[in-house]
Design a protein around this ligand. Sequence first.
Ligand code: KG4
Ligand code: ZN
Length: 364
Amino acid sequence: MTSSTQTVLGLETSCDETAAAVVRRSADGHVKVLSSVVGSQIAAHAPYGGVVPEIAARAHVESIDAIALQALKDAGLGFGDLTGVAATAGPGLVGGVMVGLAFGKAVALARDLPLVAVNHLEGHAVSAKLAADLPYPFLLLLVSGGHCQLLSVDGVGACRRLGSTIDDAAGEAFDKIAKTLGLPYPGGPALEALAEGGDAERFPLPRMLLGRKDCDFSFSGLKTAAARIAEGLTTKDERRDLAAAVQAAIARQLAERSDRAMAAYAVEHEGRDLRFVVAGGVAANRAVRARLTETSDARGFSFTAPPLAYCTDNAAMIALAGAERLALGLSDPLDAPARPRWPLDAAAANANPTHVPGRKGAKA
Ligand code: KG4
Ligand code: ZN
């Protein structure tokens, strides 16, 4: 079944942002963000240098009602104007996920609306569609604080993983190295600001996974090397140059691995339009965008990145992921569980759980 216009309330509470948004998607796929409210908890977590799950869950409980109502108000709509509710159901910090999902279920039950339990990664995957006309299929580089993977996205919910990090996610690498440089949380934007005007050649850093034939990533060697250099630094100039070197090294690895994936993807999609999309918090980084734009151009791929506000966690992307599913007649029961671990490509993740393989299986 394909249906008419969807007007969806999206809810996002999987990490340290409490977010709600209203997105309208017409039957022809045209997308309009009617509102997008993001309540950041950065100030609450900053003293600890990272996200504290208990603090995050409490903060979500305290603000979700007001933020959801604000999103409806900004859109000029009431609950009665909605055609569905979409809430992140994982992967993420389970205490937070439960808050948004429970809120979404309550709205769905009270208003007799369909619920979509959205995979947060599927939200990032569609985030570039919030501001650009972007049809399926496309090659996606998903780079955030918790994830670093290359995916062939062939349609709604149809993702195949081409590569993934074998240790840290790219955003995690930015955050950890920023910490060793004495920068505040979240480290990515702070490191980008410090790197401005720096000499990226001053400190040589290791190039990870050079020559490896797959599309996997690794940042732990870079992290160790940067930490060792950071210990001996005394001047602001030196710290700036190390930040520039780190940023360049991460951007280069993302581009090199994407280049490999593009080569394979182009063979599989011969004769079709080739599209490359980068999404997730690290897609906000200008050096990363510049490197990926060059790589896309060289490989004959179009390049799309979401506007900065939709790179980091937001609920508009969750609402759109929900709207795309509702348009196909897909929804979830009201007992849909919160899933702290929920790989987009379950088959690939279980066969090769490269990122943080826990006792309970692949995280993402
Ligand atoms: O997508 P996101 O908001 O949350 C997750 O789902 O993980 O991504 C947050 C990550 C953090 O690691 C943050 O440091 C990084 O994205 N980030 C950046 C920049 N802005 C955010 N990394 C590098 N440069 C930036 N400008
Ligand atoms: Zn995210």
